[in-house]
Design a binder for this molecule. Structure first.
Ligand SMILES: Cc1cc2nc3c(=O)[nH]c(=O)nc-3n(C[C@H](O)[C@H](O)[C@H](O)COP(=O)(O)OP(=O)(O)OC[C@H]3O[C@@H](n4cnc5c(N)ncnc54)[C@H](O)[C@@H]3O)c2cc1C
Length: 365
């Protein structure tokens, strides 16, 4: 039997793809992990606040909820990561449409309590990646098309820069958001109803953008503020403290409430200025001069968002288990958080969907 007749190729090295690759590696499978970006993590992205700093700022997800996220909790424990609660002590603020700021006497408690990970969510990605010692890792490699082989297995059409080649595999596990999967060229083609269903499935948070600002000190804490704020004026609609667990590396982050078309129109420099001016209205003039600040616009990331994701969502979508087209069954498995019926959209959902794929695949169904 050739090596290709055994090979499982996982497409996408977000949390779901990493977990699927790990589960198959642990079951003794030959695994290749193909990722379009130069880095693993997908929507998980944690960046250093300064050269050599251990603290990482989360530009994607920041929180998990141990009470309802058993698979996330298991990884935190398995990797020996430290988690700490989101800082909420102190008063929160509410900014009206006219810019008037009201100080709310109470802290903005989240229920269940949101937990963060020391080193950012990226510590989870790095930790899982370090365990994939037997997995062939192909960063910067785009899957352009999938083709069923008449003699069995799948051909993946891959591209690395200008270089294109075909990779044979026994089976493929996709962890792509359904909207990106729908646009992937396939032979036989995805049935129109299936592709329609995938296009109708929003990629969670793909239309969102975050603003982060790093400071010398958490001056808002000294003023009795938690760093949490809501705003009807914007550009940020929801703001939180993003400092590390010890409160030493001080930072704030906010979700930008202005739509992707506006963000693209005004550009990053303007958005930064508007966001810093808002932080100054809320937390005082010190907020206007951070050590470092950044905008991360997920709607402009082609390996996350589709044009359909630029439409705002009014609520959390209902996600369901995948319906793999009949001709592809046994050759293609679908992971990714948008295929998780219980925790779809969340980090836990990314693990849930991958866990289901691994269980089905290893059972031989
Ligand atoms: C701003 C923001 C805040 C969030 N906050 C939270 C939070 O606090 N808590 C929470 O639980 N969840 C949160 N989420 C959601 C969470 O990030 C996702 O549920 C999770 O990261 C999804 O993981 P995934 O592996 O399913 O998908 P992804 O991370 O999207 O992984 C898909 C991977 O496929 C790759 N890819 C795409 N196309 C191709 C191709 N053609 N060929 C090869 N590779 C390809 C991508 O580069 C990517 O690495 C947030 C998301 C965002 C954007």
């Amino acid at each position: 039997m050739s090596v290709f007749e055994q090979l499982s190729v996982v497409i996408g090295a977000g949390l779901s793809g990493l977990h699927a690759a790990w589960r198959l590696q642990e079951a003794g499978h030959a695994v290749m992990l193909v990722e379009a970006r130069q880095r693993a993590g997908g929507r998980v992205l944690s960046v250093p606040t300064s050269d050599g700093a251990e603290h990482r700022l989360d530009l994607g997800p920041s929180w998990y909820w141990p009470e309802i996220n058993p698979l996330m909790s298991a990884w935190v424990q398995r990797l020996g990561l430290t988690s700490y609660p989101q800082h909420t002590e102190g008063a929160s603020l509410l900014e009206g449409p006219d810019g008037a700021v009201r100080r709310l006497g109470h802290s903005w408690e989240q229920q269940p309590r949101s937990m963060r990970i020391a080193g950012g969510m990226g510590a989870l990605v790095g930790g899982i990646q370090s365990l994939l010692t037997q997995v062939q890792w192909l960063p910067g490699t785009l899957v352009e098309a999938l083709q069923l082989r008449p003699e069995g297995g799948v051909d993946l059409h891959l591209r690395q820069g200008e270089r294109r080649w075909v990779q044979h595999a026994a089976r493929v596990i996709s962890s792509l958001p359904p909207r990106l999967l729908a646009e992937l060229s396939a032979e036989p083609a995805w049935p129109p109803a299936t592709a329609q269903g995938w296009r109708r499935t929003p990629t969670w948070m793909a239309g969102q953008a975050k603003f982060v600002a790093v400071y010398e000190q958490a001056f808002w804490r000294e003023a009795g503020l938690s760093g949490a704020a809501g705003s009807h004026r914007g550009p940020m609609v929801e703001i939180h403290d993003a400092s590390d667990g010890a409160g030493q590396h001080a930072a704030l982050f906010g979700f930008l409430g202005v739509p992707p078309s506006y963000r693209q129109g005004v550009g990053e420099v303007d958005l930064r200025q508007q966001s810093l001016a808002q932080l100054a209205r809320l937390f005082g003039p010190q907020a206007e001069t951070p050590l470092w600040s950044a905008v991360q616009d997920w709607a402009q990331e082609p390996f996350t968002a589709d044009a359909l994701d630029h439409r705002p969502l009014s609520q959390h979508p209902v996600y369901s288990a995948p319906n793999v087209p009949a001709e592809w069954r046994g050759r293609l498995w679908l992971a990714g958080t948008e295929f998780a019926p219980q925790s779809g959209g969340f980090l836990e959902g990314a693990l849930e969907a991958a866990e289901q794929v691994a269980a089905d695949l290893l059972r031989g169904s």
